[in-house]
Design a protein around this ligand. Structure first.
Ligand code: SF4
Ligand code: SF4
Ligand code: SF4
Length: 350
């Protein structure tokens, strides 16, 4: 079926939402609660649009397309409604962008910029919500929470850890871990999916706070080095300090943005002063730095001597999920073609 959005035609299937149809033709409708991974929520009303023949504004993330629909995403009425949504959200929280870790990567801030909002138009009494910095890796700043529900859906339905939920009512509504426990005492496994999907600065990775603004960091897409799954990650690199300050999952195969704790937080080793930069050999009971030539010659001599004395099957080669397929192939080839044994195995085999 076909729909028209701001004069552009989109060919879509019946289960497509108006928001998805617009994005499929490059028209950006903002959404604070909807995310492709957590699905439609219809909670924040930032994505309202006008549709010919329908009364009032429609929530585009929760409205299915119909053949021949004519949709308008930036009319005066739409923009006024969006502005009201953003002004209320900005007023109902401690949104001091200058001091906020999310500055430059915040979807609420982006909306305020797009709508030309300089300051909240309302004054709302501070909710005095309590923050939670109890956990080792994640900080919850509830005063910045806009109650979009993305983190709850991410924890409940995406990673299925079922830790986060919304508790209390009305102005007291807030996200909680388990039965309102500190995060450190909850069943949270620190996977960080909630912090990755939070549109504002309400759930943050603790180690990255104060380590650099998004525009000052270089983003490098690569593969996680920890195991054979090969999760796709983006390294946030402080080039001046030559160190990684944050890792986020890329929303592509095979991990669709999700990471384990090693992949998400174990990023200090490349710039660790304890990292080995040359081989060490045990000499007179001490590990002594040597050249690669000396180390490789020693290993080659030992393999030759042992295989000559006891035959090739005393030798076995182990590959690893932490190296490339090409490296693993070379290990197997070396064992079979050079040493002449089929004793080849891999750490990922159980
Ligand atoms: S969460 Fe966003 S809007 Fe709020 S202070 Fe931080 S950057 Fe600004
Ligand atoms: S870190 Fe993972 S387990 Fe913990 S609350 Fe967030 S999504 Fe749930
Ligand atoms: S913590 Fe973030 S993702 Fe969770 S409800 Fe609040 S604003 Fe939304």
């Amino acid at each position: 079926m076909q729909v028209t959005i701001d004069g552009r035609t989109a060919s879509v299937t019946p289960e497509t939402t108006v928001l998805e149809a617009a994005r499929s033709v490059g028209i950006k409708i903002p959404s604070l609660c909807y995310h492709p991974k957590t699905g439609k929520a219809g909670r924040c009303r930032a994505c309202v649009v006008e549709i010919d023949g329908m009364r009032g504004l429609q929530v585009s993330c929760a409205t299915a397309v119909r053949d021949g629909m004519s949709i308008h995403t930036r009319t005066e009425t739409v923009l006024a409604a969006r502005k009201m949504v953003v002004e209320l959200l900005l007023a109902d929280g401690a949104h001091n962008c200058l001091a906020c870790e999310k500055n430059g990567g915040c979807e609420l801030q982006d909306m305020a910029y797009d709508l030309g909002i300089e300051a909240p138009a309302f004054i709302i009494e501070d909710r005095a919500a309590e923050n939670d910095a109890s956990s080792e890796m994640i900080v919850i700043d509830r005063r910045k929470c806009i109650e979009c529900g993305r983190c709850v859906s991410a924890c409940q339905n995406v990673v299925v850890n079922e830790v986060l939920s919304m508790a209390h009512r009305g102005a007291q509504t807030q996200i909680v871990c388990d039965a309102d426990r500190p995060m450190a005492d909850s069943t949270c496994v620190q996977c960080g999916e909630c912090s990755q999907l939070c549109p504002v600065g309400a759930i943050l990775p603790k180690k990255s706070i104060g380590q650099g603004r998004p525009w000052a960091l270089e983003m490098v897409d690569t593969t996680c080095p920890y195991c054979g799954v090969g999760c796709q990650v983006t390294l946030h690199v402080d080039k001046a300090a030559n160190k990684i300050v944050k890792v986020t999952g890329r929303e592509v195969e095979p991990n669709d943005g999700m990471l384990c704790v090693k992949g998400r937080y174990g990023y200090e080793f490349p710039s660790s002063p304890n990292r080995l930069t040359q081989p060490l050999m045990l000499k007179n009971g001490e590990h002594v730095p040597v050249t690669w030539d000396e180390a490789l010659d020693f290993v080659a001599d030992r393999i030759k001597t042992i295989v000559a004395a006891s035959g090739p099957d005393v030798f076995s080669a182990f590959g690893s999920g932490r190296i490339t397929n090409e490296n693993n192939y070379a290990i197997a080839k070396f064992a079979r073609a050079v040493v002449k044994t089929n004793n080849v195995d891999h750490c990922a085999r159980t």
